[in-house]
Ligand binder design. Structure first.
Ligand code: 13P
Ligand code: SF4
Length: 331
């Protein structure tokens, strides 16, 4: 007999599902019965993107979480996304099918070290990327995502001095575009830093007609090669309206599912990673979420994201500020 808390924590996934269970129809049945909504990020596998009620980038998913009227949100994404949903919708039960679904970028910014960094650099507005822990959000003035970071910083008075955290690559991308006093936390995402100039050049040589499009979390030399740089949502909008027929995709390949759906007439090439152990460039954290885990999570209503009320209050302020500025700027 399994304890429900053991199932996902200890990995008894297959053993916990009765033979012959039609997982997909059971998820659909329970989702309706329990008034649950499934939010999925573009880096999820194709089957999960197809199942989800909403598939989007970080900004849009946080908007969905803020306006959710469901009793349960199942987040098919990583922990910082599920935490953001809980912060914006504290009365809703927010479930993350695997609590190990962290984010290497968020993990590069330990709260105690960041607190010291902020106090060592007083008088600066702290802008943190949404890919950060709830504790980092609580230490920030404004949160941003890759789709609104540049516009949010540009909208601030020029004399305002800034701390940007935790992504040094997104930070460098913005610092290049604005004439501002910005100091940066030196964090990075292992997936995007695995995308190399050499691998892109190799693909470009074989496919000279392909456009190069990358996420701003990629390193500067990679961004410099790109025809277009943008968030997952922005990359999708770009391939839909741009004239090229083929693209080299400098981000997690999960997005290619939506690209193919949107433009079945075009070709999308994933960039091989430089790291021998992960040539594929998949985000191993995103891919911890599976259909079987979603089924068990919905069935047992675990694992749940629980955050102290006081911390929710502190982290909600900078996220709400981001949503307000984004609405005001029409982002
Ligand atoms: P987006 O905000 O572009 O969806 O990116 C989220 C993310 O985790 C990128 O690695
Ligand atoms: Fe975090 Fe990178 Fe995965 Fe995005 S791709 S969730 S930044 S580890």
């Amino acid at each position: 007999m399994f304890k429900k808390s053991d199932i996902i924590e200890k990995g008894y996934i297959d053993e916990a599902i009765a033979p012959g269970t039609d997982i997909l129809s059971e998820i659909r049945r329970m989702r309706k019965e329990k008034n649950a909504v499934i939010l999925a990020h573009y880096y999820q596998t194709a089957d999960i993107q197809e199942l989800a009620d909403f598939v989007d980038d970080s900004l849009e998913l946080s908007r969905k979480a803020a306006s959710a009227s469901a009793d349960i949100i199942i987040f098919a994404g990583v922990k910082f996304m599920a935490e953001t949903a809980k912060i914006l919708s504290p009365e809703t039960k927010v479930l993350l099918p695997d609590l190990n679904a962290n984010c290497s970028l968020a993990d590069t910014c330990p709260p105690e070290d960041f607190k010291k960094f902020v106090s060592d650099n007083p008088g600066r507005t702290v802008i943190s990327y949404i890919n950060s822990s709830v504790e980092i959000k609580a230490l920030s003035d404004i949160i941003c995502t890759s789709s609104n970071a540049y516009k949010i910083i540009e909208s601030l008075p020029v004399e305002e001095r800034i701390i940007f955290a935790p992504d040094r690559n997104l930070g460098a991308y913005i610092a290049d575009k604005v004439d501002r006093d910005i100091i940066m936390w030196q964090g990075a995402c292992h997936v995007h830093e695995n995308i190399s100039v050499e691998a892109i050049l190799d693909l470009k040589e074989k496919n000279p007609d392909a456009g190069i499009i990358v996420h701003p979390e990629c390193e500067t030399p990679v961004r410099k090669m790109a025809d277009f740089i943008g968030s997952t949502g922005a990359l999708l909008r770009y391939i839909n309206t741009d004239d090229a027929k083929k693209y080299i995709i400098g981000t997690e390949p999960g997005i290619i599912h939506q690209m193919k759906k949107l433009r079945p007439d075009k070709i999308f090439l994933s960039v091989e990673g430089r790291d021998e152990s992960c040539r594929c460039n998949e985000c191993n954290y995103m891919k911890l979420i599976t259909m079987k885990k979603i089924y068990l999570t919905l069935k047992y209503e675990e694992p749940e994201i629980l955050i102290e009320k006081d911390l929710i209050g502190k982290a909600a302020k900078p996220i709400r500020k981001m949503l307000d500025i984004s609405d005001r700027l029409g982002l």
